[in-house]
Ligand binder design. Structure first.
Ligand code: NAD
Length: 484
């Protein structure tokens, strides 16, 4: 593999052969490109699907022991190359080095967790109404699955799809975000070195609207798992709808943290700041709305602003509290929404500019930004920014808090700070969110817990992560066997 080879098709590394030239930049120093290469063409995407289809029968017929062994070998390789992988991730995505280290460590854990699917993605035997007939279910791989992923958790998200798919006997065409192809390539290199046979996982890097479209419209694809923005997810769902294949789309969020007067205010402020500004607000579960009871509004607001102003922002390689935005496009979005909030009449309490007097050409940095006097009808309270911009909304009771929290199209993650367990139970019942936290940040998830949203945040096809994630990647057959 040379520096410019990002396409891995049927066990071979190739240069792209489209007209699409891609340049990867360090978001903390975008003037010095890290690498330039050619994206895959539609023809190469079709080759990747063909390779996955050709490998499909053989891989599905491997024993659980063989599949589980590869998963464990990849996990060990990720551990052995932990530091180098974390640096690759930070260089192209920009997140602080300690966040990249945590994400790489999680990728290894994910391979070990999903390895168990090779042995446990089982059917069940059920009591039969007919004594002559044995009734049971079996699970079989879907066949070839397309995995389309975003840049913000560029090793963890592909891994939780890919490991679940491969462990259950599927073959894969993996299309990562063009913002983060280096970590995607490194992941696939480790799969290859761990002994995964040619064709089982194929990597194509290139534009979503050409390469992505070519893969998704190919009749040989048997399932699609997508994570990314709601607009693209809906487009993908429409593209494949006619074929009726299993399609999972996990999408955007506008996640609320609600704070009641009986909460521990300092803990609530710490959680809001961590959820809003950690990872530069570039988490699908980032806290973007702080919905606060008016009795504690002043105290909580002061504490959150103090936390925002304490945050150190800088290049991810220096391991600050907050790195830059991933790209020029996200940088532009951040500043556009800051302007939108001001035009709508929100009051900016802190942030809104470049930190430390940096110029526009010195990295995609933005200060942690807090707006108050935000009302639910404002765009800043409705639309996903995907940057470190927190809106504070004041409410006068629990009912209003839940109404405001639910008053968005999204429903990914939500949190409540309270010391009253009756309020906690009501919130759990009434909130429209796929992930509910009581006295915790909206961000963060555990591997063994199912993960996914509601409403415009998810197709709700099947939750990702958790011990039942294999259901998405397998057909279930009901068998009635009567002896002759
Ligand atoms: P995006 O939707 O722009 O891109 C996601 C992927 O889709 C990329 O690989 C992209 O190349 C591909 N793509 C784009 N257009 C396509 C097309 N027409 N056909 C096929 N593929 C296409 O998202 P992004 O900017 O990479 O990531 C940020 C978004 O992801 C945010 O909205 C965030 O909330 C969301 N996200 C959601 C979750 C979740 O689990 N719900 C997790 C992480 C990120």
């Amino acid at each position: 593999m040379t520096d410019t080879q990002f396409q891995y098709i049927d066990g071979e590394w190739r240069d792209g052969d489209s007209d699409d030239e891609l340049t990867i930049r360090d978001p903390a120093a975008p003037d010095d490109p890290i690498v330039s290469f050619t994206g895959a063409s539609r023809g190469q995407a079709a080759d990747a699907v063909a390779a996955a289809e050709a490998a499909s029968g053989t891989w599905a017929a491997t024993t659980p022991d063989e599949r589980d062994a590869v998963m464990y070998a990849v996990a060990d390789r990720i551990d052995d190359h932990h530091a180098e992988l974390a640096e690759t991730l930070t260089r192209e995505e920009g997140k602080p080095l300690s966040s990249s280290r945590a994400e790489v460590g999680r990728a290894a854990e994910l391979f070990r967790f999903f390895a168990s699917f090779a042995r446990t993605a089982a059917g069940e035997t059920l009591p039969s109404s007919d004594p002559e007939t044995v009734t049971y279910t079996v699970r079989e791989p879907l066949g070839v699955v397309a995995l389309v992923t975003p840049w913000n958790f560029p090793i963890a998200t592909p891994t939780w799809k890919l490991a679940a798919a491969v462990a259950t006997g599927n073959t894969v065409v993996f299309k990562p975000s063009s913002e983060t192809p280096m970590i995607a390539r490194a992941l696939v290199e480790h799969l290859e070195a761990a002994g995964l046979p040619a064709g089982v996982v194929n990597l194509v890097v290139g534009s979503g609207s050409t390469v992505g479209d070519e893969i998704l419209t190919d009749d040989r694809i048997d399932g699609v798992s997508f994570t990314g923005s709601t607009d693209v997810g809906r487009h993908i769902a429409e593209t494949v709808a006619g074929r009726g294949i299993p399609t999972q789309t996990e999408m955007g969020g506008k996640n609320p943290q609600v704070v009641l007067p009986d909460a521990d205010i300092q803990k609530a402020a710490d959680a809001a700041a961590a959820g809003a500004f950690g990872l530069t607000g570039q988490a699908c579960t980032a806290t973007s709305r702080l919905i606060v009871h008016e009795e504690v509004l002043a105290e909580l607001t002061d504490a959150v602003v103090a936390r925002a102003e304490d945050m150190q922002t800088g290049p991810g390689m220096d391991d600050p509290d907050m790195g830059p935005a991933v790209s020029a496009a996200q940088d532009e979005t951040n500043f556009r929404y800051i302007e939108v909030a001001e035009d709508e009449g929100a009051t900016r309490l802190t942030g809104g500019g470049r930190p430390d007097g940096r110029g526009d050409d010195a990295g995609y940095f933005v200060e942690p930004t807090v707006f108050t006097d935000v009302t639910s009808d404002m765009r800043i309270a409705q639309e996903e920014v995907f940057g470190p911009v927190l809106s504070i909304l004041s409410v006068s009771n629990f009912e209003e808090a839940v109404r405001v929290a639910n008053d968005v199209e999204y429903g990914l993650s939500a949190s409540l700070f309270t010391s009253d367990m009756a309020s906690a139970r009501r919130f759990t019942d009434e909130i429209d969110a796929g992930v509910v936290k009581i006295n915790g940040t909206t961000t963060g998830s555990q591997i063994q817990m199912p993960f996914g949203g509601m409403k415009a945040s998810s197709s709700e096809t099947q939750k990702e992560l958790g011990h039942r994630a294999y259901e998405f990647y397998t057909h279930k057959k009901a068998v009635y066997r009567t002896d002759p």
